[in-house]
Design a binder for this molecule. Structure first.
Ligand code: CMC
Length: 430
């Protein structure tokens, strides 16, 4: 009968240890019993960038990177994108189940009635320079929100967490839209409670002098689906930041500012912008083969942006959905001229031995930038759009961490490779 354990021999001492395997993992702390001398600290595992370390147990999102599977709370992303709405998905991610009608109605009501921000937030945002990056504005305004809601510090109070959740999901589109309007030199547009979550966001972005903004239903739907696709992605860099910052028991507004800062980086939320730059640099379909050749000969120096993923070694399921969505959007906006270059790149790359052997497939960012551009967003806004959708995931990851009795303040160990103790040398003798 096979046992769920691992037998390890420490060759330094010849001693054998049996470590329990639970959910396909050993506990790193079990290594600590392995010592050469009784007063040794004990063995540690070394894992920069958490390449093979599970930092938590989670029930939120499942990814099978080899098979190209993504599920929120067990529901396939394809079904959610096709049949659900962002607010319903946010509820699912946060509370674990699809809402019943009255729960959904109440949820929508609460989110809709927390969209307005304090007037001082507007003044605060006015202080940014005219060319401030909208993501920088978003991050700092999220942190500033914590000063407006000191009651949010009561993180172990369920009602307080609930109220913070309404406030965060309700206010992120408002702050994102205000950042855009500030950058464009336009007056801020207030939320319209008659509109859907995505429709209201479009209203706050694009409303001009008309008394009532009417979002185009196809574009409203496309934006809603994009929010769904970005709602969570298990333990990525920003979710890890949310958990890590939140583990100090700071309020969720401050933790979310930290998560947004992690998203801002080009290796995380900024790749869709890089795809657009790359497509522009290529310039036309006939130059694609030469570009692919350069990527291959560059040996990793030059990358095909929007291709490859740390977890997916198959077509990113989100990219498949976005590709189809692009057709719906382009029917309204007219085709983005860069699409032909993107399609040709994908066609050639998917047949090429270099990409096939390395399992490099289009990821979520390959086509999303083309849609955002067709929706008339400046490239600076792309990571902010990502942040709106991801807010639900960040809060769910944060709450799961807070309520997990095994979690403590996040505090990794290090392998100290510096000097041993040495004597201070006065300045005159150096
Ligand atoms: N173009 C060309 N070659 C690539 C690419 C690419 N996009 N991605 C990986 N490779 C090659 C790489 O050179 C290496 O080749 P070799 O074995 O000969 O050295 C091999 O494939 C493995 O690459 P890696 O860097 O070890 O893989 P990783 O898992 O560390 O990197 C990645 C994942 C997403 C950072 C990488 O694929 C990449 O830089 N892609 C382009 C940027 C991008 O699209 N990022 C968005 C990710 S999805 C959004 C999100 O989740 O935040």
């Amino acid at each position: 009968m096979p046992k769920d354990s691992l037998t390890v021999t420490d060759n330094r001492t010849g001693k054998q240890y049996e470590l329990q395997i639970e959910n396909g993992a050993i506990r790193a702390n079990d290594l600590r019993q392995m010592k050469v001398k009784a007063d040794d600290f004990g063995l540690m595992s070394y894992d920069p960038a958490f390449m093979n370390t599970a930092s938590c147990k989670s029930k939120v999102t499942f990814i099978d990177g080899d098979k190209g599977i993504l599920r929120y709370r067990g529901y396939p992303i394809e079904q959610l994108a096709e049949q659900s709405s962002y607010l319903e998905v946010a509820y699912l991610i946060l509370y674990g189940e699809l809402p019943k009608k009255e729960d959904l109605d109440n949820w929508k009501y609460q989110i809709t009635h927390h969209t307005i921000v304090h007037e001082n937030i507007k003044k605060f945002m006015d202080g940014f320079h005219y060319d401030a990056h909208p993501m920088g504005m978003f991050i700092s305004t999220m942190a500033a929100l914590s000063t407006f809601y000191p009651d949010a510090k009561a993180i172990f109070d369920k009602e307080s967490r609930q109220l913070s959740t309404y406030r965060l999901i309700g206010k992120v589109p408002t702050i994102a839209a205000f950042a855009y309007r500030h950058a464009m030199g336009l007056p801020y547009a207030y939320p319209d409670n008659d509109l859907s979550y995505a429709g209201n966001f479009l209203n706050m972005l694009f409303k001009m002098t008309e008394p009532k903004y009417k979002p185009n239903p196809a574009l409203e739907k496309a934006l809603d689906v994009l929010f769904i696709l970005h709602a969570d992605h298990e333990q990525n860099c920003s979710a890890n930041a949310m958990r890590s910052v939140g583990s100090s028991q700071v309020d969720p507004f401050s933790a979310l500012a930290g998560a947004s800062a992690a998203l801002y980086g080009p290796l995380h939320g900024g790749a869709n912008e890089a795809v657009l730059r790359m497509l522009k640099e290529i310039g036309s379909k006939d130059k694609v083969p030469a570009f692919i050749k350069e990527v291959k000969e560059g040996k990793g120096e030059k990358r095909l942006m929007g291709f490859g993923h740390r977890v997916y070694k198959n077509y990113d399921p989100r990219a498949k959905i976005i590709k189809k969505l692009a057709d719906d959007v382009f029917e309204v906006t007219g085709k983005n001229p860069l699409l032909d270059i993107a399609l040709e790149l994908e066609r050639i790359a998917l047949e090429d031995e270099y990409f096939v052997s390395r399992k490099l497939y289009p990821n979520v960012d390959f086509y999303s930038g083309l849609i955002y551009q067709a929706l008339k967003f400046p490239v600076d806004m792309f990571p902010v759009l990502f942040a709106i959708g991801r807010t639900a995931g960040w809060i769910a990851q944060w709450e799961e961490m807070l309520l997990d009795s095994e979690q403590k303040i996040a505090r990794p160990r290090q392998l100290y490779l510096g000097y041993n103790q040495r004597e201070y040398v006065p300045l005159v003798r150096r």
